[in-house]
Write a protein that binds this ligand. Structure first.
Ligand code: PLP
Length: 741
């Protein structure tokens, strides 16, 4: 099958052979096609490992595994050898990956456009209970990227660099394929890296494709990010317009460019430049551009809404400055409202504003998020353009997040209700017929236990961590951010530690898992990691508490770890401060795999709660209206909560207790303690007591094993709405209009 001596070959030889075989098979698969082309532009595509996923979508996984087994080789050897592509950072990038999967599955004529990053965001390494960052090397092994002969010159000020296009096929479930087109810098030179992930930020000709989101805490770093985005969109647009120079007047009929957050929003200006250079009048250019672009908003966090100084444009492409000024006039003519300006009084260009004014669709990513955009955060834009705003609740691909990552559950569902749900996820509801069936409920419990053992083996082998599969698995895995409130979970753990010390005995041991990277320059986020790792050691060293409570912080959280952790979860921690998590997609993955959500009414949690009903989810905390009001009035005072509750005070003060300071770093712990008492911008303390009591209620409920299993069944059965196939059908029906849906 593979033209190689399977028995004798090294892992690398065997991997290369199976990779080549799979790529050959994929070459025969028909590409998506259609009259109108969708370009999904994104700074990230967090695609995960591809080998087994592709084999499964080709429906030859079992056959290949059997062939290898004949010669004493296990396909998991190859799965573990395969590097995870370092092309993304978190939810936004994972969403883009799910979307391309669904585009391929549904046969929509779409493709992804983005960048190759040689060393990704970074690889997380814990040293002395602190996060350190090293480069994430993945291109030293055989890859799925295929070099193409398309290249283009990108001019950055006086510098000319060459951008080369690479392709990666994305296989759908129903025998169609789409493609990711990623651009790389030909003159890349990693000798500019000095140590860890530090490098000479000035040498664009060498560094532009080294890292995703290079440190932007300095002016030089900010300029580099801008240059990198410019490199991405200039490359992407060159590809889009390659054979369209003669059809620019009707461009918007032929294509749609969906921009995933503002990172690719410079494309809008570059298309203006191209149209004007071709002699098209401004008024017509506006019409074309406005009907070509659609923008997805992913956040209401002010810090994440990009604003670039005009001086950066001047340095990289001065011709854009004149265009921006013209567009600024256009915007001022449309509205005198200062809140919708394109260029503000500090000469900052608001990229979200650009994307809203000059696109035909602006979508939020969950119902609540879109409501907040329309009614508060972007209200003034919505008043100006009432028909532009729409909601597209996020989704996940069930091929990766169920069929691939939870094979036992998938096999069981297939036997019980057939496998139609894999292409039409609503069929999962057939499971509801079994909600009173004790055999089914017990089998679900057994499957969960099996997945816990699988995680146990994987963590032992890869990170030398020992866990107890008979404990409750409570999991919070997501990027580290104060709004996601890992620090609230930290305070819960401290509180439980104190209670157990005082004599509390839990019905069953609890294991709390974290997986999370903090942005390298985000000090408090790194302090939270440090506090969690330190508490974890204190508990581990305590002979009494360690029998009941364990804290596991897995190193270098990524898609592969998520694929092991999520199927093993009992409790899904979705505890963001209400109004701050636009959607979340981790919450959907957990639900689909039979974990119960412990969450605030935020993002897509709201829709999960509506679908499963209040008996099948654990909701706590203040509602978004209340939180938004607190921000508006600036009347949240964390110190009041701290001083008025001994429970809160005791938990918070433990962070700077002798025990902690002995084992941990004084600087980090004191800073975190001070932050929680004196600022706490994301209101940890407002929800802490409610969180503790609802979580403890959940631990009690777990002991009625059958009842708990029934709740997990309802969650699985109702997860169909969160298939990314549904999301993409809605994008196509309402925004892209390729006439497929
Ligand atoms: C799904 C996923 C995310 C997003 O998780 P949220 O809980 O929605 O923030 C981030 N990283 C990885 C690796 C994922 O698979």
């Amino acid at each position: 099958m593979f033209n190689i001596n399977i028995k004798e070959s090294t892992t690398e030889q065997l991997y290369s052979a199976v990779l080549a075989y799979t790529q050959d098979k994929i070459a025969d698969v028909e590409s998506v096609s259609g009259d109108r082309t969708v370009y999904y532009m994104s700074a990230e595509f967090l695609i995960g490992k591809l080998l087994s996923n592709n084999l499964m979508n080709l429906k030859i996984y079992d056959e290949v595994a059997a062939e290898l087994a004949k010669y004493g080789r296990d396909i998991t050897e190859l799965e573990q050898y395969e590097p995870e592509p370092a092309l993304g950072n978190g939810g936004l990038g994972r969403l883009a990956a799910c979307f391309v999967d669904s585009i391929a599955t549904l046969g929509i004529n779409g493709q992804g456009l983005g960048l190759v990053y040689h060393y990704g965001l970074f690889k997380q390494v814990f040293e002395r209970n602190l996060q350190t960052e090293v480069k994430d090397v993945w291109l030293d092994k055989p890859t799925w990227l295929r070099k193409t002969d398309f290249s283009t010159t990108v001019k950055l000020g006086d510098l000319n660099v060459t951008s080369r296009m690479y392709e990666m096929d994305v296989l759908g479930y129903n025998n169609k394929k789409s493609v990711l087109r990623l651009f790389d810098l030909e003159s890349i030179d990693d000798t500019v890296i000095t140590s860890g992930i530090s490098f000479d930020q000035s040498e664009y000709a060498k560094n532009l494709a080294l890292f995703l989101y290079p440190d932007d805490s300095t002016e030089e770093g900010l300029r580099l990010r801008f240059a990198q985005q410019y490199f991405m969109v200039q490359s992407g647009l060159a590809w889009i317009l390659k054979d369209r120079q003669d059809h620019l007047h009707t461009l918007n009929e032929d294509i749609v460019i969906q921009i995933n957050d503002t990172h690719p929003s410079l494309t809008i200006l570059l298309l203006f430049k191209e149209l004007l250079n071709h002699g098209i009048e401004l008024q017509e250019a506006i019409k074309i551009v406005e009907n070509t672009f659609a923008y997805t908003n992913h956040t209401i966090l002010a810090e994440a809404l990009e604003k670039w100084p005009l001086a950066y444009f001047e340095a990289i492409d001065p011709s854009l400055v004149a265009i921006i000024k013209q567009l600024d006039e256009v915007v001022k003519n449309r509205s005198a409202d200062k809140r919708v300006v394109l260029v503000d009084e500090n000469n900052l260009v608001h990229m979200a504003s650009l994307a809203i004014h000059f696109s035909y669709s602006v979508n939020g990513v969950a119902a609540l998020h879109t409501d907040i955009l329309k009614n508060s955060e972007l209200k003034h834009f919505n008043d100006l353009y009432p028909t532009k705003f729409n909601n597209k609740t996020n989704g996940i691909t069930f091929r990766r997040w169920l069929a691939f990552s939870n094979k036992p559950l998938t096999a069981y569902l297939d036997g019980l209700i057939g496998n139609d749900y894999m292409s039409d996820a609503d069929h999962l509801e057939k499971l509801l017929a079994y909600r009173e069936d004790k055999d089914v409920l017990n089998t679900l419990i057994d499957i969960k236990h099996g997945n816990k053992v699988r995680l146990q083996n994987y963590l032992k082998q890869t990170q030398n961590i020992d866990i107890n599969p008979d404990s409750i698995f409570d999991i919070q895995i997501k990027r580290l951010h104060e709004y996601k409130r890992q620090q609230m979970n930290l305070l819960y753990i401290i509180h439980m530690y104190q209670e157990i010390k005082a004599g509390l005995i839990l019905d069953r041991p609890l294991t709390v898992f974290f997986g999370s990277k903090a942005a390298p320059a985000y000090t408090i986020a790194k302090d939270i990691i440090h506090a969690l790792l330190t508490v974890s050691k204190i508990i581990e060293n305590d002979p009494v508490v360690s029998k009941q409570l364990q804290v596991v912080f897995v190193e270098n959280y990524n898609v592969t770890l998520a694929e092991y952790l999520i199927p093993a979860a009992d409790i899904s921690e979705q505890i963001s401060l209400a109004s701050k998590e636009a959607s979340g997609t981790g919450n959907m993955k957990f639900m689909l795999n039979g974990a119960l959500t412990l969450g605030t009414l935020d993002g897509a949690n709201v829709e999960i709660a509506e679908l499963v009903g209040e008996d099948n989810i654990y909701i706590f905390g203040e509602h978004s209206e209340t939180i938004i009001e607190h921000y508006a009035k600036a009347d949240y005072v964390s110190r009041d909560y701290y001083e008025n509750s001994t429970l809160i005070k005791d938990a918070v003060d433990f962070i700077v207790s002798d025990l902690m300071l002995e084992l941990g770093s004084k600087e980090n712990l004191k800073r975190l303690h001070h932050e929680l008492i004196s600022k706490d911008w994301f209101m940890t303390l407002i929800d802490l007591e409610d969180y503790i009591s609802v979580k403890n209620e959940m631990l009690k409920a777990y002991e009625d094993r059958e009842d708990w299993s029934q709740k997990t069944l309802v969650n699985i059965a109702k997860a169909g709405f969160f298939s990314s196939d549904r999301t993409i059908m809605e994008y196509d029906r309402d925004i892209w209009k390729t006439n497929k849906y």
